[in-house]
Design a protein. Structure first.
Length: 366
């Protein structure tokens, strides 16, 4: 039974240099603010038709830029869901939208976790990647969030950007830690199709060795500052792990509403239309759905579970899928023994394994 919900808000202002997306972005988003109100009403139709009324533990507004939506419209969406008393309600917000009044109103309607799209404190890099804010706006947004009553704040850090250096990462990390926040998400730059850089590859990218050094520096610095790395890319102070994202990595069911949203309900993985117009015409229909076989469920459990630093609980695997994990995957475990650690519950990647996980995990697929 789903206890979590993701809501996609597919709007953004475009970058500073054009009406396009930030150069690294391949997410489904549109610079069509005039359609926001109509989109929200289509979203409400989808929720009304497909949501079965379960009480939610987590609700997450992602994008795009959810902070472009008015408080009134966000309230309409939130009010569609019965929520547990301690539900985690997250919204992604860009620093340029982080004025005190708006953030106070977010807090007043029940949102209790902010994920701020900071990316870096280097103003030259922010301009280079097409972001609309500068480092001062990041600091201002965090201060405003604290003033408004938020005590669960996450910032994003991208590493491996063009011209980025190890010393630049050190400066970024010092700024992040000075702000006394609770959560940091780190992402190595990936050039993907659908992004501006996917069609126009940037120059002066750090090579793989430098990116690995950046990752090691980030991990060591943040881990020594009172944060625990609980997933490949995520660090949190104790008790501030993203409950919503842990739901994904624990392979639990969840709703996905909105353009291009993905969900997992009653054993079916589904996705919505990526076309804004098509979604708004028929918001209650999914574009794609697939009932997962037991083998597919098992393989997803392995892929997602190994993203967590605690790794896989093999007794739970046996209970859910009636297999002996060690026996079934002995060849893989032996082949990559230098990259796994045996835990009390099962197996986890060590640091080297985490860095090579994309190469190792496909070996678990039959």
């Amino acid at each position: 039974m789903p206890k979590a919900c993701y809501v996609h808000i597919p709007f953004c202002k475009g970058n500073l240099k054009s009406n396009g997306k930030c150069y690294y972005c391949s997410f489904i988003s549109y610079n069509k603010p005039e359609l926001i109100t109509g989109y929200i009403y289509s979203l409400l139709k989808e929720i009304g038709e497909n949501y079965k009324g379960e009480k939610l533990e987590t609700l997450y507004f992602g994008g795009g830029t959810p902070s472009l939506v008015s408080i009134e419209l966000l309230s309409k969406v939130i009010n569609k869901f019965p929520l547990s008393n301690n539900a985690e309600i997250t919204i992604e917000i860009n620093p340029e939208d982080g004025n005190l009044n708006y953030i106070k109103q977010l807090h007043n309607i029940g949102i209790n976790r902010l994920s701020i799209g900071s990316q870096t404190f280097d103003d030259k890099l922010l301009h280079l990647i097409g972001r609309r804010h500068n480092s001062a706006k990041i600091i201002e947004t965090v201060k405003n969030a604290k003033s408004a009553g938020f005590n669960n704040i996450s910032l994003d850090l991208i590493y491996g950007l063009p011209t980025q250096t190890i010393s630049g990462i050190k400066k970024d990390l010092n700024k992040f830690l000075e702000l006394d926040i609770q959560h940091i998400s780190t992402y190595g730059l990936k050039i993907e199709g659908g992004s501006y850089w996917g069609n126009n590859p940037p120059q002066n990218l750090p090579d793989d060795d430098i990116q690995a050094d950046m990752f090691e520096l980030i991990n060591n610095t943040i881990s020594h500052a009172g944060f625990k790395r609980y997933e490949v890319s995520n660090f949190a102070k104790k008790g501030y792990e993203s409950r919503h994202n842990l739901m994904y990595w624990n392979n639990e069911e969840y709703y996905g509403f909105g353009v291009s949203a993905h969900g997992y309900v009653d054993g079916i993985r589904y996705s919505n239309y990526e076309s804004l117009e098509k979604y708004m015409e028929t918001p209650t229909n999914h574009e794609y759905g697939k009932f997962l076989t037991d083998l597919e469920k098992l393989e997803e459990e392995i892929f997602l579970g190994f993203r967590k630093t605690e790794g896989l609980n093999i007794s739970k695997i046996k209970d859910k899928y009636n297999i002996d994990f060690e026996k079934k995957y002995q060849k893989v475990l032996d082949k990559y023994s230098d990259f796994f650690v045996k835990t009390q519950q099962g197996y986890a990647f060590n640091e080297r394994g985490m860095m090579l996980s994309n190469e190792i995990l496909p070996e678990f697929i039959e």
